[in-house]
Design a protein around this ligand. Structure first.
Ligand code: TXA
Ligand code: MG
Length: 351
């Protein structure tokens, strides 16, 4: 199969919508990352998504809608909280878990009686969903377990020849995935931190339970965080060591390990904010800057592209440090931890 690269003209969008309605797969930009879209109510199209990605059938997909008024087509009932959140944050980077409508195939939800739904804000995603006139199931458009795509080139690097088309709408503006919130539990449960911060959600709806795997050091998992507990995901092809702790301390540990790797003849890569790189200019390393830590939005936007760019230079080992877990920092920290082959948590007393 030849994968077509489409532009965002009305004719190209119309073609993409036709392909989706016919059961073919089309990758498209959303405000978070590129999605791999297929007709959500067509079981064969849904199966094809899992095959193209190499994704296990046990990992459910997000259903994308053009408008929140379409929610009753895919949800059996709408918890009042979900209605309130949809009214406030849709279109936008928030995915809500609600009871599954019987017309949504179980293949979409991996056998669950709940379904994940979101209304994306990106104008190209909006145009495609409106033209398709069907709900579109779309996971991130990467090979399973690999770094999520924020450009059409990233999509093609992973899926060229495996899908009908990709709509090239340029780099995605947020750069990390949507926040996933389960509205079928009481209180609701944060299943994945993302584009809408936990603080923003809590301010509107009150207490939210944080799923254990997404807790940060400052919460319940203190002292328990180890690579074994973290599902590896969003992963580059080469080794990535992540240093976690107060910035000065994490930086010092990272530098010492980087120097040791260099001394043993390794080629190293640094994935760090601008201010860290300024202190490490003397190290002979491949570098990718995330920009200043004062601008977490810009760091999120750059994260996956920087990770892919560094990975492509095939370093023996990459080094990164994680961030404050407030606001978007929580999502950045989560993605870095899942991408890492090794997480070194430094509590400060260790130095
Ligand atoms: O920003 C995004 O959400 C992107 C764009 C394309 O919309 N999509 C995305 O999809 O990141 P994906 O498939 O890579 O991640 C979906 C997440 C997975 O962690 C999945 O386990 C969870 O949502 N999920 C989906 N349905 C669920 C359900 N019924 N219950 C619990 N978790 C669910
Ligand atoms: Mg994904």
């Amino acid at each position: 199969m030849q994968t077509k690269r489409l532009d965002t003209s009305p004719a190209a969008i119309a073609l993409a919508a036709t392909l989706i309605r016919r059961g073919e797969l089309v990758a498209f930009p959303t405000e978070t990352v590129y999605g791999l879209g297929g007709h959500a109510l067509d079981e064969q199209a849904v199966q094809a998504i899992f095959t193209a990605k190499g994704r296990p059938a046990s990992d459910p997909l997000i259903v994308h809608l053009a408008d929140r008024r379409d929610l009753p087509h895919v949800a059996a009932s709408i918890p009042p909280l979900a209605a309130q959140l949809a009214a406030t944050f849709w279109p936008g980077p928030l995915t809500l878990i609600v009871p599954r409508h019987p017309q949504v195939p179980l293949a979409v939800t991996a056998g669950r009686e709940t379904v994940a739904v979101r209304v994306p804000a990106h104008p190209v995603a909006q145009a495609l969903l409106q033209a398709a006139e069907v709900p579109v199931a779309a996971p991130s458009a990467n090979r399973f377990g690999h770094t999520s795509p924020t450009t059409a080139d990233h999509v093609l690097a992973d899926l060229n020849g495996r899908i009908a088309a990709v709509i090239d709408g340029g780099p995605t503006p947020i750069g990390i995935e949507s926040t996933v919130l389960d509205c079928t539990t009481s209180p609701p449960t944060l299943l994945r931190p993302g584009g809408v911060s936990l603080e923003t959600l809590t301010a509107l709806i009150g207490p939210i339970e944080v799923h254990r795997s997404f807790k940060t050091d400052t919460e319940e998992t203190q002292g328990l965080v180890s690579p074994g507990l973290l599902e590896r995901h969003y992963a580059p092809d080469h080794e990535l060591w992540l240093f976690s702790g107060r910035p000065e301390v994490a930086r010092a540990h990272l530098r010492a390990e980087a120097e040791q790797a260099l001394a043993s003849g390794m080629r190293i890569g640094l994935l760090l904010p601008e201010e860290d790189l300024a202190l490490m200019r003397d190290l002979p390393a491949e570098v990718e800057s995330l920009g200043p830590t004062a601008d977490p939005e810009a760091m999120a936007r750059r994260l996956y592209a920087a990770l892919r760019a560094l990975d492509e230079r095939k370093p023996d080992r990459m080094f990164a440090r994680d961030f404050d877990d407030t606001g978007l920092g929580r999502a950045l920290r989560d993605r870095l931890r899942r991408a890492a082959t090794r997480v070194i948590v430094i509590d400060g007393a260790g130095l």
